[in-house]
Design a protein around this ligand. Structure first.
Ligand code: ZN
Length: 474
C-alpha cells in the first residue's frame, strides 16, 4: 500500500493530490485500459491504482510482489497518518511529497516537506513499529547529513522509548473530532517554577505551521531541567529533546543563569558558614587545648603539693619515730634505773632488817644474860602458880630458844592457846601481838618496857623478884 508511484511518462504521481502532482487526474491512472505501467518508487515492482472502501486513493503492488519493499507491509493507520501529515504541510503552504526515496537509497521519507524556495526540507516520519534508539538516531543523522530536518511522529497511546531522544512528537487521532492533536514532545518553560511543562493538547496543524515557520525547534533540555511536568499525569517524566519556542529556550537559559547565581551565592554562603564553622572549631580546639594545659598544670601543682606533703609527712613520721624511740630508750633507762634503785632500796631495807634483827638478837641475849636459869624458872612458876592453884590448869612454856615473833620473850600457852609472853626484849616489843599480857620479874623491868613507848602499862604484869640472884647466894 502506497500513495506514490512512478508514471512511465509523467514521472512521480501522488494519489493524495488532485492533479497527482503532475497535471494528471486520478481517472487517467485508475482502471485505465490498456493498463499504464506504474511502478513502486521504492522497489520498482509494478503497482496499480486502487480506491479503498473509505474512498481512500492509493497504489497496490501487483501480484507476486517482492517481500522486502518498504511500503509493502505498512498498515492503513500508517498510511492515514502519513496522509494527515502531508495534508497539514500543504495547508501550511509548503510542498509535501509522500514516500520519497533518496537516489542513493540512504533515506526514505514518509512525507518530505519543502519550502517553496526549495532550500529548507523537513522529513516527517510516521513511526508505528518498534525501533531501537541506535537505529532512529542513525536515521536522524543521515537526514541531517543531507541537510534535511526531521520530526518523528508516534501515534502510540503511551510514550515510546525513543521519544525525546530525537526530534519527536506523539499525536492523538481525531477520536470523532475533526483534527489531530499533539500530546507530547512539545513543551514550554515555566520560569516561575523553573520547570518545563509538556503541552498536551496542541492542534497538529498549528504545530506543523510553527515548525515550518521556525517558531518552534528541537531543543536539548539543559540536564538540570530534564525532569518535566506532565499535566495529565499530575507527575514528572524525563525528556531530553523537546520542541519549543525560542522564548522558552531563553527563559530556561535565564532561569539557569539565575539558579547558577543563586547556587553560587548559596555555595558562597555555605563556604562562609563552613569557614566560620572551621574557625569556631579551631577556636574551640584552642580553648580545649588551653583548658587541658591548664588542667594539666593544676594537676601537676596538686601532685607536687601532694608530693611535698607526703615528704613532709614522711619526715614528720621519721621525727616522731625517732622521738618515740628516744622516749622508749629513756623509759627503758628510767625503768632500769628505777629497778636498780628499788633493788638498792630492797637491799638496804634487807640490810637494815638484818641489822635490826642482829641488834635485837644481841639486845635479847644481853637481856636474858642478866638472868640465871633459876631466875627464869622462878618467873615461870610465878606466872603458872595462880592458874594451877585456882583452876588446876597447867601452863606450857615454849621449850625453844626465844624467837623474834614473841619479841624474844617466852611464850606461855594454856591448852595450846597463847596465854601470855614472859619478859619480851625491850628492843623488840613492836613485834608483839597487841592484846596478849606481858609478864616481867619486877617494876624495874616493867619500867624498862614502858620507857620504850611501844606498850601500854596496863598490859604488863610484874612480880617482885630482885634483880640479882647473888644476893640470895650471899
Ligand atoms: Zn514496492
Amino acid at each position: 500500500m502506497a500513495f506514490a508511484a512512478i508514471h512511465p511518462e509523467a514521472g512521480r504521481v501522488d494519489a493524495t493530490l488532485l492533479d497527482l502532482g503532475c497535471g494528471l487526474s486520478w481517472t487517467m491512472v485508475h482502471k485505465v485500459r490498456p493498463r499504464i505501467a506504474l511502478r513502486c518508487p521504492d522497489c520498482g515492482y509494478g503497482v496499480h491504482a486502487k480506491v479503498s472502501a473509505r474512498k481512500l486513493r492509493y497504489f497496490a503492488h501487483d501480484p507476486g510482489r517482492p517481500a522486502d519493499c518498504a511500503w509493502l507491509n505498512e498498515s492503513l493507520e500508517h498510511h492515514l497518518l502519513k496522509l494527515e501529515l502531508a495534508s497539514r504541510v500543504r495547508d501550511a503552504g509548503w510542498h509535501a511529497e509522500l514516500e520519497v526515496r533518496a537516489d542513493d537509497g540512504t533515506w526514505r521519507a514518509d512525507v518530505l516537506a519543502s519550502a517553496h524556495d526549495g532550500i529548507r526540507r523537513i522529513a516527517w516520519e510516521a513511526q508505528l513499529s518498534p525501533i531501537t534508539d541506535d537505529d532512529i538516531r542513525d536515521r536522524t543523522e543521515r537526514y541531517r547529513g543531507e541537510g534535511i530536518e526531521v520530526c518523528w511522529v508516534s501515534p502510540a497511546e503511551t510514550v515510546v522509548p525513543w521519544m525525546s531522544k530525537v526530534p519527536s512528537i506523539r499525536v492523538r487521532d481525531p477520536r470523532g473530532g475533526d483534527s489531530w492533536a499533539v500530546v507530547d514532545g512539545v513543551a514550554r518553560f515555566d520560569f516561575q517554577n523553573g520547570v518545563w511543562i509538556v503541552v498536551e493538547d496542541l492542534d497538529l496543524t498549528r504545530f506543523i505551521r510553527w515548525v515550518l515557520h521556525e517558531q518552534t525547534a528541537p531543543h536539548q533540555v539543559l540536564p538540570r531541567y530534564r525532569r518535566v511536568w506532565l499535566p495529565s499525569e499530575h507527575g514528572y517524566g524525563r525528556r531530553q529533546l523537546i520542541w519549543t519556542t525560542q522564548r522558552s529556550v531563553g527563559e530556561e537559559a535565564r532561569h539557569d543563569a539565575m539558579r547558577q547565581r543563586q547556587e553560587a551565592w548559596r555555595r558562597e554562603q555555605e563556604e562562609k558558614k563552613q569557614q566560620a564553622e572551621q574557625l569556631r572549631k579551631e577556636e574551640e580546639a584552642r580553648q580545649r587545648e588551653a583548658q587541658r594545659l591548664e588542667e594539666e598544670r593544676q594537676r601537676e601543682i596538686r601532685a607536687e603539693a601532694e608530693r611535698v606533703r607526703l615528704e613532709e609527712q614522711k619526715r614528720q613520721w621519721a621525727i616522731e619515730a625517732e622521738q618515740a624511740r628516744q622516749r622508749r630508750e629513756a623509759e627503758e633507762l628510767q625503768r632500769q634505773e628505777q629497778a636498780a634503785a628499788a633493788e638498792r632500796e630492797r637491799l638496804l631495807k634487807e640490810q637494815q632488817r638484818l641489822l635490826q634483827e642482829q641488834q635485837e638478837l644481841q639486845a635479847a641475849q644481853r637481856w636474858w644474860d642478866e638472868l640465871s636459869l633459876k631466875q627464869i624458872q622462878q618467873l615461870q612458876e610465878a606466872v603458872a602458880e595462880p592458874l594451877w592453884k585456882k583452876e588446876g590448869a597447867r601452863l606450857e612454856f615454849a621449850p625453844d630458844v626465844p624467837t623474834a615473833d614473841t619479841a624474844y620473850g617466852i611464850a606461855a600457852r594454856l591448852r595450846h592457846r597463847l596465854y601470855g609472853i614472859l619478859r619480851p626484849s625491850p628492843a623488840s616489843l613492836y613485834r608483839l601481838p597487841s592484846t596478849v599480857p606481858i609478864y616481867v620479874r619486877n617494876a624495874r623491868e616493867a619500867q624498862l618496857l614502858i620507857d620504850t613507848g611501844k606498850i601500854e602499862p596496863v598490859r604488863i604484869v610484874s612480880f617482885d623478884f630482885p634483880d640479882h640472884e647473888q644476893m640470895f647466894l650471899i
